[in-house]
Design a protein around this ligand. Structure first.
Ligand SMILES: O=C(O)CCC(=O)C(=O)O
Length: 264
């Protein structure tokens, strides 16, 4: 049975650990439709093209920042890993944004006044999918209120250590901005206390954007795809200088439309 929301205990687990796993949260029929659309999205972008919000990387990548700013894709064979701004590239994202679970769970985590400010599709194609190096999300680094910033991670495929599941270091969201480079210089990918998050299609995770996370290469023959919907509280969004008023209003209106469909 798909879930309607998350419990108070789950909210507390998220606040304590910086991540939360909810099994079987989303109906498999919805996931199957999103998967079909995701096949077409991936086909469209699989070959390298220079386009804002579409990210490729290569085996030479040294940091998450290089993977985001395009430096990494210039270092060798470019492999698609992330597509942002799904509103303009992936209409199927609507199926996820109008789920009552997404609205209810985010309200339970962040309160009623939230901004759904971005969404990404992250893929690891079989055999060539590259690691996503350890990081805290960029939004965490410009956070200027105590409110958590949280992303809901919606799993389209089974993920495990073979196809590059996410790893997290629980509790790191409470440690401020972390010097990830020195941690990786010391430990490589194998950070102390890191745990794998193995998931099935229709499971979701929530991660606090300050919780250290990353993933290894896909060494299997299986595809690994996740859709991320990113949220922050409205007071947090207004206090940061990241978004202008017009963008905030446009995203509030859009999400209100999805909310109306969710509860129609
Ligand atoms: O899906 C992954 O492997 C990690 C993606 C990620 O953390 C990100 O894009 O910020």
């Amino acid at each position: 049975m798909p879930r309607e929301t998350i419990t108070d205990e789950e909210v507390q687990f998220f606040l304590d650990n910086g991540y939360l796993v909810v099994r079987d949260a989303i109906d498999r029929k919805v996931i199957d439709q999103v998967r079909d659309a995701a096949d077409a999205l991936q086909d469209r972008y699989i070959d390298y093209r220079k386009e804002e919000g579409v990210h490729y990387t290569s085996p030479g990548a040294k940091s998450f920042d290089e993977m985001m700013d395009g430096t990494a894709s210039a270092q060798g064979d470019a492999v698609l890993w992330r597509i942002d701004d799904l509103e303009k590239r992936f209409p199927a994202v609507e199926m996820l944004k109008r789920l009552p679970f997404v609205h209810n769970a985010m309200e339970a985590l962040l309160g009623a006044e939230t901004l759904q400010y971005n969404e990404s599709f992250v893929t690891k194609p079989p055999r060539v999918g590259q690691p996503v190096l350890w990081h805290q999300d960029p939004s965490f680094k410009v956070k200027c209120t105590p409110d958590p910033i949280s992303t809901i991670d919606i799993y389209l495929d089974k993920t495990d250590e073979g196809n590059g599941c996410i790893w997290v270091v629980p509790g790191t969201h409470k440690k401020g901005v972390i010097d990830v480079k020195s941690l990786m210089d010391q430990h490589g990918f194998d950070l102390p206390d890191a745990i794998p998050v193995c998931m099935e299609p229709g499971d979701v995770a929530f991660h606090d954007n300050g919780c250290l996370h990353g993933s290894k290469a896909n060494t299997s023959d299986r595809l690994r795809r996740i859709v991320y919907l990113a949220f922050q509280t409205l007071p947090q969004a207004k206090a940061s200088d990241k978004f202008d008023d017009a963008f905030i209003q446009q995203r509030i209106d859009l999400f209100a439309q999805y909310r109306a469909k969710a509860f129609a």
